[in-house]
Design a binder for this molecule. Structure first.
Ligand code: GLP
Length: 240
């Protein structure tokens, strides 16, 4: 793993440049995308670059990491909605090539074939990840098998509390999600993780210690051949 430390603006710009480089080198790239507040700066940079004509997404395909169970794609806290309003609606992407797990209806059946669907597109070229304060990536909470593929997951209590800031009330936060597994994520050819803020410091310190443990799901990344961790000073503050 490589580590890059910089302020939020800098690391967001650097990650966006990685995406632009990837898509310009391979216009039909398969991108793995994440939600949460962490990637917002990256997406804003991609929108800008697309409008400036520095990159086109017209032949790109995307796969998102996860979705809450129980939320329709039109719900303002669903991850499909998040992707539309923060990225897809503002770039020249073909929306039929954007994939987000379903949170309603036959969500289990869709999840069961998601890894095969990703493989049918040739696999993910570049995956962006955020990280939860408990070290979760996508919705793979502590205790998740490193061999997991896309599956239904229970959210940890700390994740429900963390994510409740985006809902009117904590009781509205779904308790389950569908998520790519840790193995699904590791299948990506290149991975970038972005973490900012003090509440990520413990998880980042444990990750950068370099010891794999299912108590911190992000430590699966230690074995990835091409993974870069982008952090701000706060997220890096407990690394010795
Ligand atoms: C959610 C998502 C994760 C994300 C995490 C951190 O739980 N499922 O993919 O990494 O939140 O979110 P934030 O970036 O808002 O701190």
């Amino acid at each position: 793993m490589k580590v890059v430390v910089g302020n939020e603006q800098e690391i967001s710009r650097l990650i966006a440049e990685e995406f632009i480089k990837q898509v310009n080198a391979k216009p039909n790239s398969v991108l793995g995308l994440a939600t949460g507040t962490s990637p917002l700066g990256v997406y804003a940079n991609l929108v800008k670059a697309n409008k400036e004509g520095r990159v086109t997404f017209k032949d790109v395909a995307t796969f998102n990491l996860d979705e809450y169970i129980g939320l329709e794609g039109t719900h303002d806290q669903s991850y499909r909605y998040f992707m539309n309003v923060n990225l897809f609606d503002h770039i020249d992407i073909d929306k039929s090539r954007t994939h987000v797990l379903k949170g309603v209806g036959d969500y289990e059946a869709y999840a069961a074939q998601y890894d095969d669907e990703i493989a049918s597109f040739g696999g993910i070229d570049l995956q962006i990840l955020g990280i939860g304060s408990d070290g979760h990536i996508a919705f793979n909470e502590p205790g998740t098998s490193f061999d997991s593929l896309t599956h239904v997951a229970e959210l940890a209590e700390s994740t429900i509390v963390d994510n409740s800031r985006l809902f009117n009330n904590i009781s509205e936060v779904p308790t389950k999600a569908v998520t790519m597994g840790l193995k699904s994520i590791m299948n990506a050819r290149k991975i970038v993780l972005i973490a900012t803020g003090k509440n990520k410091a413990k998880a980042i310190a444990s990750l950068l210690k370099g010891v794999k443990t299912i108590d911190n799901p992000s430590t699966v990344l230690i074995d990835h051949p091409d993974c870069t961790i982008y952090v701000d000073e706060d997220a890096y503050s407990l690394v010795k």
